[in-house]
Design a protein around this ligand. Sequence first.
Ligand SMILES: C[S@@+](CC[C@H](N)C(=O)[O-])C[C@H]1O[C@@H](n2cnc3c(N)ncnc32)[C@H](O)[C@@H]1O
Length: 280
Amino acid sequence: MQSIGDFRGWRQARPDAGKVHPKLRLPAPVPVREEFVPSELFDEDYLWFMEDALDERSDAEVELILRLLELAPGAEVLDAPCGHGRIANRVAGRGWRVAGLDSSRLFLGIARERAPEGVEYVEGDLRDMPFEGRFDAAINWYSSFGYFDDQGNQRVLEGFRRALKPGGKLLIEQASREMLVANIPPSGRAVWMVERGDDLQIDQVTFDPVAGRSHTQRIIVRDGRVRRTGFSLAQPTAAQLIAMLRDAGFEDVRAFDETGGQFTTKSRRLVMLASSLAEV
Ligand SMILES: C[S@@+](CC[C@H](N)C(=O)[O-])C[C@H]1O[C@@H](n2cnc3c(N)ncnc32)[C@H](O)[C@@H]1O
């Protein structure tokens, strides 16, 4: 199976490499809020820079999802957050009943426009999931876990457990913390860049090993305008995520890499599969 890397499509900005592009003269860093506003980050600019790279990996990701979930005929699947529906619509296209939840009206609108018949899209917050015992499986894909403080993140897992039928499966996919840390240079700040035409998305990423969180300052240069935003993401190790899942009422927790193989220190992505308990 094709290997899916977190950093594909990104390149390390090299301000020292000869001629410096005028757009690379970075403004002073701005403080990063712990609680980010999703609509400031997941917007039209996000799709402009990320959609092609995301769509390119989607077919392989859906293969992996279906292989790991081993869904029974007639199973119903929740994709949360579903973003612009790239996973949910493909899973539905393979014949499964699917619901997607996201907080972005913009993304949900795109997801609905591209959906095959019967996909249900719901606007909602991950911390307040409006489902009870309905799904056979739930998908939380592409670093979509860890946006909140410890309590908020735990609440997200508990919401997934409540949304699932007893024995239902949860699949979480995120960057491997080991790989993330290995990609932070000795200066303590990694700079990752996505380029589209003359437009740039520049992420300056630091990692706080005490809090176990990455902090990203994002600078978007688009059509000559500069916009700055930022976010912080909890980056639990596999062991920490297993403990959180057990506390939220999951068992049989297993860790895979981005190909569905064994998770190791060299894996780019961590894919966690867990089964919900009937009673907590
Ligand atoms: C990195 S994207 C991933 C989307 C999708 N899983 C994918 O693989 O393309 C994260 C998504 O989380 C959504 N989001 C952020 N905060 C949220 C919240 N509190 N509740 C629901 N969705 C949220 C954003 O709108 C965005 O669509």
